[in-house]
Design a binder for this molecule. Structure first.
Ligand code: NZQ
Ligand code: ZN
Length: 387
C-alpha cells in the first residue's frame, strides 16, 4: 500500500429538492454570482428559471453556450473577463462536466494576472480562486467532487486535463431528478466514462482488497443502473445510484493507497476529442477494450483475471489468459449493449491522422511511465485496432 495525502473540501448536498437550499448556500460567498451553463438543456429542464427565482435577491451575471469539450477561447476567456470586470464573488455552474470544468478554469483565471492558459499547462500555479458551487445535471465525469478540469484549445488540437486544489467546488448539489432528461446517448457515454475512471485506477501494480472490492462494486453498479436508466429514464433509484458512482470517479477515493496507472485510456481519448471533438465517454468505450487487448501480458494477466471473475462472474477454473480474453470481450459487449458506437469510424474518425495523434499523445501524456508503458508505436496500434 502506497502513502497518500488526501483531502476533499467539497460539501455534497444530495437528493431530490436539495436545490431549495441554494440561496442560503450562495449567501455564504457573497452577492455577485457568475451563472455558467451550456447550450440550453437547463432551460428545457426548468432549472434555469428555478435558479433565477431562488436567487432573485442576488446580482447575477451569465455566461452561456459552454460547449461539450469546453473551449478555452471563447468560453474560459469570456468568463474570466466577466469575473474581473465585475468583481464576481462566486461562480454557480449549472450543467454537465463541461460547464463545471470551464468554470474551474474561469475561477482560477479570474484571480491570475497572466494568461489563464499558464495555469492549465502548469506554467504557473494558482494562488487564489473565485469559489465554485455547482448543480450537476449529468452523471459522468465526477468533476463535482474533484480538483480536475479538462479544457480544449481547438487551434492547437490540445485537450488538456490538469489538477489544481483550487478547482474543488466548495459545494455540489446533486439532485438525480435533474438527470431524468439526459439523452440515451449521454447516459451511455456517462456510464462508460465513469466505468473507465474506475478501470484507470483498478488496472495498476499495487492495490488492496478494500479498493478492489469498492471498485468492482462500482463497476457492477454502473452497468446495472445505466441499463435501468436507459429503460426508464425516470427511475429515481437507478439515476441516484449511478450519480453517486460517477461522483466518486476522479477524486481518488476509489483507490486510496493504490499505485498509479498513468490513466492511459484518458490520455488517448483526449487526443481523439482534441482532433475530432467527439463525445468523451464514447471515445473511452471504443479505446478501452483495444487497450486491454494490447497490454494483456504475463505482467497484467492476473488483474484481468480478478476483474473478469469478480465483475463479470467468469468461471475462475480456466486458463488465466482465457479468463482475461473473456473479460475483455465482456467489456466490449457491455458497451455495445448500451448502444455505444464501438469503432472510431462510427464517430467520424478515419486513419488519416492516427500517426499525428499517436505522436501528440506520446509527446504530451507521459505514457512511457504508465503501469504498462505505451510508446508511439503502441499508440498507433491501439488506434488502428479501434478503427
Ligand atoms: O450544453 P447543454 O445544453 O447543457 O447540453 C449538454 C451537452 O450537450 C447535455 N446535458 C447536460 N445535462 C443535461 C443534458 N441534456 C439533457 N438533460 C440534462 N440534464 O449533455 C451534453 C454533454 O454535456 P457535457 O457537460 O459535455 O458532458 P459530460 O458531463 O460528460 O462532460 C464531458 C467533459 O468533461 C471532461 C471530458 O473530457 C469532457 O470535456 N472530463 C472531466 C473530468 C473531470 N473534471 O474530472 C474527468 C473526465 O474524465 C472527463 O475527462
Ligand atoms: Zn473521463
Amino acid at each position: 500500500m502506497q502513502n497518500f495525502d488526501y483531502q476533499t473540501p467539497t460539501r455534497l448536498i444530495f437528493g431530490e429538492g436539495v436545490v431549495e437550499q441554494l440561496p442560503e448556500v450562495m449567501g455564504q460567498f457573497g452577492k455577485k454570482i457568475l451563472l455558467t451553463y451550456g447550450g440550453g438543456s437547463i432551460k428545457k429542464l426548468g432549472l434555469y428559471d428555478k435558479v433565477k427565482e431562488l436567487l432573485k435577491d442576488f446580482e447575477i451575471y451569465e455566461l452561456s453556450g459552454i460547449q461539450p469539450n469546453p473551449k478555452y477561447d471563447p468560453s474560459v476567456l469570456d468568463g474570466v473577463k466577466i469575473c474581473k470586470e465585475n468583481d464576481v464573488d462566486v461562480i454557480l455552474a449549472v450543467g454537465g462536466g463541461s460547464v463545471l470544468d470551464c468554470s474551474k478554469a474561469i475561477a482560477t483565471g479570474a484571480k491570475y494576472d497572466g494568461d489563464p492558459w499558464d495555469l492549465i499547462t502548469y506554467k504557473a500555479f494558482a494562488t487564489d480562486s473565485v469559489p465554485i458551487v455547482d448543480i450537476i445535471t449529468l452523471a459522468a465525469t465526477g468533476s463535482e467532487y474533484d480538483s480536475g478540469g479538462v479544457i480544449s484549445r481547438t487551434e492547437t488540437n490540445d485537450k488538456i486535463g490538469y489538477i489544481d486544489p483550487h478547482n474543488f467546488p466548495l459545494v455540489s448539489f446533486l439532485d438525480p431528478t435533474y438527470t431524468f432528461t439526459v439523452s440515451k446517448k449521454q447516459t451511455a457515454a456517462g456510464c462508460a466514462d465513469a466505468m473507465n475512471h474506475i478501470m484507470e485506477q483498478y488496472f495498476c501494480e499495487d492495490s488492496t482488497l478494500l479498493n478492489d472490492g469498492f471498485m468492482e462494486a462500482g463497476l457492477k453498479s454502473l452497468m446495472i443502473n445505466a441499463k435501468k436508466c436507459l429503460e426508464n429514464p425516470e427511475d429515481y433509484t437507478a439515476r441516484a445510484e449511478m450519480m453517486l458512482c460517477c461522483t466518486y470517479g476522479c477524486n481518488g477515493i476509489y483507490a486510496l493507497g493504490n499505485s498509479g496507472s498513468g490513466w492511459p485510456c484518458h490520455a488517448i481519448e483526449h487526443a481523439l476529442s482534441a482532433y475530432y471533438d467527439i463525445t468523451h465517454g464514447e471515445g473511452l468505450a471504443i479505446i478501452t477494450p483495444r487497450w486491454m487487448k494490447h497490454i494483456l501480458s504475463e505482467k497484467s494477466v492476473d488483474r484481468f483475471v480478478k476483474y473478469g471473475v469478480n465483475v463479470f462472474g467468469i468461471d475462475a477454473n480456466q486458463d488465466k489468459f482465457d479468463i482475461a480474453s473473456q473479460a475483455i470481450e465482456a467489456t466490449y459487449k457491455f458497451f455495445e449493449s448500451i448502444n455505444i458506437p464501438m469503432h472510431l469510424k462510427d464517430v467520424g474518425i478515419d486513419d488519416s491522422r492516427i500517426g499525428e495523434m499517436a505522436q501528440h499523445i506520446a509527446v504530451n501524456e507521459g505514457l512511457e511511465n504508465a503501469w504498462i508503458p505505451l510508446l508511439e508505436d503502441d499508440l498507433v496500434k491501439i488506434l488502428t485496432e479501434s478503427l
